[in-house]
Every structure is written in structure tokens, then in C-alpha cells.
Design a protein around this ligand. Sequence first.
Ligand SMILES: Cc1cc2nc3c(=O)[nH]c(=O)nc-3n(C[C@H](O)[C@H](O)[C@H](O)COP(=O)(O)O)c2cc1C
Length: 168
Amino acid sequence: MNAMTGTGEFNIDPQALRQTLSCFPTGVAIATTRSRDDEPIGVTISSFNSVSMDPPLVLWSLARKAGSLSEYRAHRGFAINILSADQVELCKLFASPQRDRFSGLEWVEGAHGVPCIAGCAASLECETHAIHDGGDHEIFIGRVIAHMYSEKTPLAFGKGQLGAFAVA
Ligand SMILES: Cc1cc2nc3c(=O)[nH]c(=O)nc-3n(C[C@H](O)[C@H](O)[C@H](O)COP(=O)(O)O)c2cc1C
């Protein structure tokens, strides 16, 4: 489809807007933190992006309806675990209704106790710098306090599909 949707009257159809936005491929990450009960928690996200180099800031957004929102608000930090192409099952698990998402998972404690998942393409440990209104989402801005990257191929997400990042 090549339709111009909602022009003129600002009548934006959510379904069509999702399709338009899906033409901008992203990576996939799991944002992790500790709950107020000190349990490791995490959620699959594609809304991650860089913001600033000096100071080093990154952002991601979480739906207001997400069950874990209050936990991310309460903790002083989070980790962004950038998934590799062989971690599709983790992507699905951390977007599923299953509560105990860390059962059988290999991970280590990062700064402020946030979980860093093994086998990722890269990861960033962050202190929460600001939380902004983002409509039906909240935007978390984090200051990077540690990070690592590997040679693993990142998982990619675009046009509603998961795949391995490929060089053109
Ligand atoms: C590829 C992919 C990307 C996603 N990106 C986001 C995102 O950026 N923000 C968000 O709030 N939910 C996103 N979701 C949906 C959440 O992972 C899902 O709703 C999750 O169950 C929310 O966790 P909770 O309600 O248990 O806290 C994404 C799901 C998938 C599969």
C-alpha cells in the first residue's frame, strides 16, 4: 500500500500509523531492572535510541499500561540488553504474559543490581536521569555508567518481523 493516510484533517488511524512506523527498522533489547521485592524483571523493547554523547544519555519508552512501569519508576537505574540474532526466543519471552522471565536464564548483576543478560550483542548499564511524559508511554532517559559490545550479529525488527541485521 502506498496511501497517504490522515493528511489534512490530522485524522491519524493507529493501525496505519503502526505500519508507517514499522518502515523504520530498529534493534531489539530487553530493558531490565530490579523490582521493589528485589526480583530481576525485564521487558522487550524496540524504542531504544541514543540521545547524547556528553553527557552519555540514552532513551527508551514503556507503555503506561505495562505491569512493570512502577518498578522502573521506583528503581535508580536500568540495563539495556541489546539482543543478538540468536536470542529471538528471549525477545518473545520478555514480551509474553509469563511473569518469571528469568527462570533458567544466565545473567549477572550490573550496577545497582540490575540484571545483565548473557549472550547479548551489547549492553548498557544506566542511572535514570529523567522520566518524561510520552502520551500513552513514559520516556526513560538514562545516563550510561558502563557498557560493552561484542562481535555478535544484532537482532533486527522492522515491518513487523524479526531478523538478523544485514549489511546492504
Ligand atoms: C519486538 C518488540 C518490541 C517492543 N517494544 C516495546 C517498547 O518499546 N515499549 C513497550 O512499552 N513495549 C514494547 N513491546 C511490548 C512489551 O514487550 C510487552 O507489552 C510486555 O509484555 C510488557 O511487559 P509487562 O506488561 O509485563 O511489564 C515490544 C514487544 C516486541 C515483541
